[in-house]
Ligand binder design. Structure first.
Ligand code: HEM
Length: 136
């Protein structure tokens, strides 16, 4: 599976979980895990979907193992960070080091993504060209 498909699939799973969390908070009138909900939706849905769009526009990168590693690292970091942040806000401060470690995993995944964005364009094969016909 290429990196964009993996990103899109994981992103919709994350947003379903995030929305369920939001509905749970609203239904119980207990917003204690709001920071976990916000992180899950913004890292797991918004950011991951944006990665997917970027990868889909760069077919050579999309097919690479390193891009898949970036998506997997980001996703694992997001899951663990969400659980740890929820635990902290539910009164389990012992989860703090887990939140710290997972935040470093997410940061590492973003640094890897930054490498993709900044590396020379010659490393990337161009995507399919869009041919526009000028109006006469
Ligand atoms: C079924 C869908 C959703 C429900 C029912 C829901 C519900 C909630 C609730 C109850 C809160 C707590 C508000 C507060 O305590 O002030 C909240 C906060 C938040 N939600 Fe959602 N949410 C949903 C989807 C989303 C999505 C898709 C995103 C992002 C793309 C998102 C991002 C956020 C953020 C960033 C906050 C924190 C806002 C703040 O700091 O005041 N939510 N949500």
């Amino acid at each position: 599976m290429n990196a964009s498909t993996l990103s899109f699939r994981l992103a919709v799973l994350f947003v379903i979980a995030g929305m369920a969390m939001g509905i749970g908070m609203a239904a119980t009138q207990n917003h204690a895990i709001m920071p976990a909900h916000a992180h899950l939706n913004l890292l797991g849905w918004v950011s991951l979907f944006l990665f997917g769009i970027y990868y889909e526009r760069r077919p050579a990168l999309d097919a690479s193992r390193l891009a898949r590693i970036q998506v997997v690292l980001w996703s694992l970091g997001t899951v663990v960070l969400t659980i740890a942040v929820a635990a902290i806000h539910l009164g389990y401060p012992a989860a703090d080091p887990i939140a710290a470690l997972s935040s470093l995993a997410v940061l590492a995944a973003m640094i890897l993504f930054a490498y993709f964005v900044f590396r020379p364009a010659r490393d990337l094969a161009p995507g399919p060209a869009v041919h526009l016909t000028p109006a006469e």
